[in-house]
Design a protein. Structure first.
Length: 52
């Protein structure tokens, strides 16, 4: 299956949060994009499960 199309977008976050997320992605051995994508997908999945 071909990879999903990706699009860049900008968000503004507190400096300390950006630092923590960058360190967490390194600790998880993932790119920053992959780490944030996984975190958002996990959050949305849990939110959808709670809404049922």
């Amino acid at each position: 299956m071909p990879p999903a199309a990706k699009r860049q977008f900008s968000v503004y976050l507190p400096v300390e949060l950006v630092r923590r997320v960058k360190h967490a992605s390194v600790d998880a051995d993932e790119s920053l994009s992959a780490f944030v994508e996984r975190a958002l997908e996990d959050y949305l999945r849990r939110s959808e499960e709670r809404a049922r």
